[in-house]
Structure formats: C-alpha cells, structure tokens
Design a protein around this ligand. Structure first.
Ligand SMILES: [Zn+2]
Length: 552
C-alpha cells in the first residue's frame, strides 16, 4: 500500500538552504559553526539539543562541500555564581566568584557525576581534569562524543590568554557610548554612570564576579573588588589598575558572546529559546556585531528545548537527567536519530517512563527500512536515519523490534535468536546477532529503570499487591509447590513444568495453579512458562515469598 505521508524536505536540508543563500548574500568565505556553554556543574540533558543541532548542521554542510569549522566553546572564565546541591559548601563556598577554570575540581566520588556506567577512558579523563570547569566539561564532552558529535573544543580562558581577544576587548572598552545606546535601544536598559564591559580577575583574591571597572585610559583599566557587588560572593576591597589584555579578566557576558564571534570568525550560531526573546542577549549580541565589532551577524537558528520528564527521574534515581545518563539510554545511532528526526523549532518532550524509548526504536527502524528502500513512506525519516549513522553505517539487515525484545528477554524459556529468526523467516546473520546483543543491553536498562508495569514480567522484589487476591486453595497449592521445589531441587525447567502440572491436577487444576504462581511473583495472571520462571528466580527471593504467603 502506498504511504500517503507528505514527503517534504528534511528540516536540516532547509536550514542549510538558508545558510547557502545567506552565505552568498554576505559573501562569506569560511563558514564557522559554533555553540557555547558555561560548565558550572553537571551538564543537564537540555544542553544536548544545541550541541546536536550544530553538529548536524556542520554534518550537512560538509555533505554539500562547504568544509565548515565546527567548534564548541566552554566559557570557563565565567564566575562560579551558585553551588550545585551535590557539592560540599564548606569546600566550595570560598571559591564563589572565581572564574571556573581557577577553581579546583571536586573529588571524583563527590562531584555529582553518576560514574556507574563510565568507561575506563572516561574515568581517566575525569581524573585528569585540571580544574572545576574541565571536569564537568569533560563529562559533557564524553556525552556528546558518544552521539557522534565532532566539535573542536575551545576553552575560553585559553582564547583570552592567547591574546586573540585583546583587539576586541579594546574595541569594546573604546565603545562604551555605543554600548550604552545599544543597551538602551535593544534591552530598554539604562546603564549606570561608570560602566565598562569588562571584569578584572582580582589579583588579590582571585575573584572575577566581584570586580567593577571604573575607568579605562586606553592602556589600563581602574577597578575595585567590591564586598557587596553581588549577593553570592564577597570581594576583598582591593583597588588598582591593570592591563585588560592577555587573560587578566573577561568581557561581561552580553559582550563576551559577540566578542568570541569576532575573535574566532564564527558566523553560524543558533541560540536557544532562552536567549532568543525580543531584547534578549541574542538581539544585544547582534546589535554589537553591527555597531561595535563590525562583523556580519551570525546566521541564527533559534532552537527549542528538550524536556525530559518522568517522576522516577527527578526523584529516586535521578537517572536520565544529566546529559551523560541520557546518552546511556540508547545506542549512539538511536540517540542521534532522536535529534536528527525532530525539527529544531519543536520541543522534544521525552518521558522514558512511558513507551517513548520503544517508540523511538520503532521510528529509527522505520527510518532504516525507508533508507534501504524496503518500505515506502516519509523520506524525511530516512534522511534522519542516514544522518544518525555514526561510525560504521548500519547495513541493510533485519532489525529485532525493541519492544518485543524487551518482553521476550523476560521469558527465560525463550531463545531470542530463535524467536527473531522465526519473525525474520530465516536464521539471523552475524550482524543481526550483534545488533540483538546491543539491543538486549538497552532493553535491560529500560526494563530496570523505566518500563511501564505491563512490560515488567520479572519477579518483583516486594510482594505484589495483586497477590492478596490469592484464594485460600491457591495459597495451599503454593505451599505444596514449595515442598515440591525443596524435594526436587535442580529439576530441569521442562521437567519442573511437568511436575507443577501433575501437582495441580491432583489439587486445584492447572489454570488456577499457574495463575497463583504468576500472582505471587509478578502480580499478574499470566507470564513466562512457570518451570523456567521459577528456575530463573533468585532462591532467596523465592523462599521469602513463600514465607510471606503464610502471613497473607
Ligand atoms: Zn579581590
């Protein structure tokens, strides 16, 4: 049957069409895609939206022969202006106000990063991180590298120390009158009398958030380190003069952004929704490109959020809330596919506690079949599949459906390779077997952490509420079953199945008997074959559960 879904252009191709026209209009020679982030603590999943968007843009530009630069800036000159809950205030309070790259990193065990699934390489990188900014940046870098992102990393403090910012710092300091007008016109904000867009790192106490520049003579700035400039840090009172060049301080954030563009030659940078409002930081930056730094306003892609929902994630385990944890939910290609398949202007609303993960796998598989030409339909999905192939591209093969796998994996009697061979109609190839193994890993993660209860077919750790509905005769049967299991320990699953059947026939009959086993272990009326299920169930759990029957 012909699929009637409209087959428009993929949104990324439309974005690149726009860049193409824009580049011709402004006669841009070298395209430079960039994005940035302040590494002030564990990086949330939301920050992945920007990274993936920019990397996908660079990817399609490369496809079209543009050879863009592709960078990611960590704003590690920014001051620490808040303390994440997982950090010890006794250790970090004294560092409030210092630039993030000047603050010692927390110990690995107390840094708030969930290291349970960290690879050896990740641990080494985190261990070798030189400072506070770097440990959280490194954690984030590993997360987006896992999704195939290839950005070159730029550390803002190195850019300042290299002198690359000097000329733009001078321009900014010389342009206070223009800045004043921009703040007024764009943000409707009247700057105070003595205002300069620069903050010195206090040579006395090392803080940058507490200093105020009060004069600029063309060579040096005069500054004060004020006790009460901000509520979150206390300055030391030092006053003095210093050259603003070579990393002695930084531009104020709203000026720092376009100054980075000027220094690096950035001309494609999307802004997240939080910066894109009228009169917001993006408008401010654009006005400065025009009126202060004399560069072309970078091509903007105002992008939407990714929202991660689910009660489980915000409370008990916190799984999936950080970028690192989110990337552990799927294979890299499927994670990248999520971003490639969603238009940048639409919110991605993702709740792993629903069927969102199996649905995503289904969509990915459909994209694959469309790309391989074995199914007809919306070619945009095929395009998203192609763009998500990191490392070696997935060759045409049978894809074991994730939700079936997640279900069958809980049936100890099932041989998964055989089951999927039945679906496929012939034996799985080596590639398909490897894919099956990979999906098993992610199915386990889903089942353990997120799957809705109707997908949970493994013995529950606690007595299921439903077990209370067991009748007196069913309880009696279960106690007989306990004796059977004790007497005939080590029985093969098939033999055990037969023994249970025999036992049931002499008492309550097979239907009620098997139902009682499922109610007791799973809280359900059906499940995997009982002989296999019982043999696969942890012995301690089983004897505890039988014990509990007597107390029901
Ligand atoms: Zn100071």
């Amino acid at each position: 049957m012909q699929n009637q879904v409209p087959q428009g252009k993929h949104w990324l191709d439309k974005v690149i069409d726009g860049i193409d026209k824009w580049q011709a209009k402004y006669q841009i020679k070298q395209l430079h895609v960039d994005d940035m982030k302040t590494p002030s603590g564990r990086v949330h999943t939301g920050a992945l939206r920007g990274v993936l968007l920019h990397d996908l843009v660079a990817q399609v530009l490369r496809e079209r022969g543009f050879e863009p630069k592709n960078t990611y800036v960590f704003n590690d000159m920014d001051p620490m202006d808040g303390l994440p809950a997982y950090l010890d205030p006794a250790v970090f309070e004294p560092h409030m106000g210092k630039p993030l790259y000047q603050i010692p990193k927390p110990e690995l065990d107390h840094c708030g990063i969930d290291l349970r699934q960290a690879s050896k390489e990740e641990l080494v990188d985190l261990q070798n991180a030189k400072n506070f900014a770097e440990i959280y940046a490194m954690d984030f870098i590993h997360a987006f590298r896992a999704l195939g992102c290839t950005q070159e990393i730029v550390w803002s403090h190195e850019l300042y120390e290299s002198g690359a910012m000097d000329q733009h710092i001078r321009t900014a300091l010389d342009s206070v009158a223009k800045m004043r007008k921009i703040y007024q016109d764009v943000a409707k904000y009247t700057l105070p009398e003595r205002w300069y867009p620069f903050q010195v790192i206090c040579p006395e106490c090392g803080k940058v958030g507490t200093t105020l520049v009060t004069d600029w003579d063309g060579e040096q700035v005069t500054f004060e380190c004020q006790a009460n400039k901000v509520t979150w840090a206390k300055g030391c009172g030092y006053t003095g003069k210093i050259s603003p060049f070579g990393g002695t301080g930084k531009l104020l954030w709203k000026v720092d952004w376009p100054a980075h563009w000027a220094a690096m030659g950035v001309n494609v940078e999307g802004a997240g929704k939080d910066h894109s409002s009228a009169g917001g930081s993006r408008d401010m930056a654009n006005a400065q490109c025009d009126q202060v730094f004399d560069i072309t306003v970078p091509f903007n892609i105002p992008y939407e959020w990714i929202l991660i929902r689910g009660a489980k994630m915000s409370s008990s385990k916190g799984v999936g809330t950080s970028a690192r944890e989110f990337t552990k939910l799927f294979p890299p290609v499927v994670g990248r596919f999520l971003f490639a398949s969603r238009n940048y202007a639409q919110v991605i609303d993702f709740d792993p506690t629903t069927m969102a993960i199996p649905d995503l796998f289904d969509e990915y598989d459909q994209g694959a079949r469309l790309a391989w030409g074995v199914e007809e339909g919306d070619q945009r999905l095929a395009r998203a599949f192609a763009l998500s192939q990191v490392g070696r591209a997935q060759t045409q093969s049978f894809l074991p459906r994730f939700r079936d796998l997640a279900l069958w994996i809980q049936y100890p009697e099932k041989d998964l390779e055989e089951e999927f061979a039945k679906v496929k109609g012939e034996a799985l190839t080596e590639v398909e077997k490897a894919l099956l193994e990979e999906r098993k890993h992610y199915a386990e993660i889903w089942l353990t952490n997120y799957a809705p209860s109707e997908y949970q077919l493994r013995p529950r750790a606690e007595m299921p509420e439903e077990a209370k509905t067991l009748s007196a005769e069913q309880r009696a049967f279960l106690l007989e079953l306990r004796d059977l299991l004790t007497e005939r320990k080590g029985l093969a699953p098939a033999d055990l199945q037969q023994e249970i059947f025999n036992l049931s026939k002499s008492s309550i009959g097979p239907k009620k008997a098997f139902e009682s086993i499922y109610l007791l272990l799973l809280g359900k009326k059906a499940g995997p074959r009982a002989g296999w299920l019982l043999q696969a169930t942890d012995e301690a759990l089983l004897s505890r559960r039988f014990e509990e029957i007597t107390k029901l």
